[in-house]
Design a binder for this molecule. Structure first.
Ligand code: NOJ
Length: 534
């Protein structure tokens, strides 16, 4: 386990939209470098940068054309290496985004793989043996009619993202490679080579895209895919022991056993994370664990849903809906790795879409006092809004969460000096769009709340990643929720009424708070919408 994860708090950057240093309308590496002090002073000591490699950008860079080449729009490989160096000087670790499940259809490997004549890339992707194969029950999306080869090929996500070949768990047809076939083995070695390439240049690890997607026909336990990650982890443990691996898997029981150091809980239907800040039911009582717009419905049509999120004031949310599931995962994995909670990410609606500033503060205070390795998505520290925007680079509804960072009231809210019609995405045009410059130094602003809770986290080892969580008071349907980590006791009450809990503890004073609370005579009392650390 890389030692630095013990007190790591991540800031996710969507590089297109963070800071444009050369006025071409799109964010870049130098822009990120220029904001490292801001990030560090807020309390973040680690970055995750979304894919920043050469790409046609049909899926915002998750369609990689060259894994070893920085996308020109962000700068050169040397600029990226300089970003690693500058970040390290400031005590910041940097994760790149590794996309191992697929490439862009424009990747050289795929072009060669399409050729009729057999070559070293013929089995780098998953090809069937017949042009109409797939019209039956293949189980995966596929494409035909585009290459000389007399078969179809499988997709991993969008049409532009052919699936790399890691083999099939139990190949039952002659065209399916096994996981130890030459083709599958050469894919694994190629991805290891990419990882080594960036590790040798100073990156500190990888957020791994669709980490569960490698082996096809995999079993429920993902045993084929897990074996590959264990092998990769062995390589890292041997050659790069400080390299961190964080999976987009949302199943810590499997991913951490497969060798990941941390795994995100995402807003997927099976994930308890959704009950915290995005817990919707439609009027027919159907539970929609994800954002309404994820289901293809209009995000503006909030009125069609009841929100039962725990952090939404008086929405009837119940923390045990989160905790019951979380604790199972936590107990199962606490000795082998970390669970990562997020404010949101580049694939979700921003939490400010549903929560008020006060509700956001309570949510963030919870997130940053829980065990594991937390992540904040750029802009969530100011409550940046989800915008209604037309799709860009395969973003669809996600585009609204990818708008430019709002630094100040200057041109393009400080994101870029380019003309407004040339910037990557429009900035929030509302007159009260939150901006960094108006929150820095303002006591009780959302941004300063983030800074102060992170200061507390870094100052007390009990509040960092380690698995020392104990539940003190949690009654279904009741408030407050009270939990302990080492010497610290945290209590949260998102409702509009006072909350009380019997707590068998000595009297204590708050050491950090939003609102008010007390712990006296074995009674914990919390004011409405309060969060207190005792
Ligand atoms: C998950 C990424 O987070 C998302 O943005 C992307 O579109 C898909 N994986 C495909 O790579």
């Amino acid at each position: 386990m890389p030692g630095w994860l013990k007190d790591a708090v991540f800031y996710e950057i969507y590089p297109q939209s963070f800071c444009d240093s050369n006025s071409d309308g799109i964010g870049d590496f130098q822009g990120i470098i220029s904001r490292l002090d801001y990030i560090r002073e807020l309390g973040f000591n680690a970055l995750w940068i979304n894919p920043c490699f050469d790409s046609p950008f049909k899926d915002a860079g998750y369609d990689v054309r060259d894994y070893k080449k920085a996308a020109a729009r962000y700068g050169t490989n040397e600029d990226l290496i300089r970003l690693f160096d500058k970040a390290h000087e400031k005590g910041i670790h940097v994760l790149l985004d590794l996309v191992p499940g697929h490439t862009s259809e424009e990747h050289e490997w795929f072009r060669r793989s399409c050729e009729l004549k057999k070559n070293e890339y013929s089995d780098r992707f998953i090809w069937t043996d017949f042009c109409f194969r797939g019209t039956g029950n293949l189980g995966y999306p596929y494409v035909g009619g585009e290459a000389q080869r007399p078969g179809t090929y499988l997709l991993n996500f969008f049409k532009c993202q052919p699936a790399l070949n890691y083999g099939w768990l139990n190949p039952d047809e002659s065209w399916k490679c096994s996981t130890d076939s030459e083709g599958a083995r050469s894919t694994i070695e190629a991805i290891k080579d990419v990882m080594r390439f960036w590790m040798d240049r100073g990156c500190d690890g990888f957020r791994v895209d669709m980490a569960a997607s490698l082996v096809k026909g995999d079993d429920e336990k993902k045993s084929g895919t897990s074996r590959i990650w264990r092998e990769i982890r062995d390589m890292l443990d041997r050659d790069y022991p400080e390299c961190a691996l964080v999976s987009e898997w949302s199943n810590p029981s499997l991913s951490l056993r497969a060798g990941f150091h941390a795994d995100f809980l995402l807003n997927e239907p099976h994930s308890p994370y959704s009950t915290l800040v995005r817990d919707y039911q439609n009027h027919a009582g159907r539970i929609i664990f994800s954002d309404p717009c994820f289901t293809g419905e209009d995000p503006e049509a909030k009125a069609c849903y009841e929100d039962h999120s725990f952090f939404k004031m008086d929405a009837g949310g119940d923390i045990s809906r989160f905790m019951d599931e979380y604790l199972k995962l936590y107990e199962d994995t606490k000795d082998i790795g970390y669970i990562s909670l997020i404010t949101c990410n580049h694939d979700t609606v921003r939490p400010s879409f549903h929560l008020s500033e006060r509700e956001l503060k309570l949510f963030y205070a919870f997130l940053f006092t829980m065990p594991g390795v937390p992540f904040l998505y750029y802009g969530d520290e100011i409550g940046q809004r989800y915008l209604s925007l037309p799709t860009k680079e395969g973003g669809y509804f996600r585009t609204g969460a990818r708008s430019p960072m709002q630094w100040n009231r200057g041109k393009n809210l400080g994101f870029s000096d380019a003309d407004s019609d040339r910037i990557y995405l429009p900035v929030d045009a509302s007159s009260d769009a939150p901006v960094v410059s108006e929150m820095v130094g303002v006591e009780d602003s959302l941004l300063e709340t983030v800074r102060s809770i992170l200061r507390l986290r870094h100052s007390q080892s009990d509040l960092q990643s380690e698995p020392n969580l104990q539940i003190v008071y949690m009654e279904p349907g009741k408030l407050p929720f009270v939990y302990r980590r080492g010497e610290r006791i945290m209590a949260v009450n998102p409702s509009s009424g006072k909350a009380f809990a019997p707590v068998k503890e000595q009297d204590r004073d708050p050491v950090w708070k939003i609102g008010e609370g007390s712990l006296k005579d074995q009674l914990l009392t919390l004011d409405p919408q309060s969060f207190v650390v005792f």
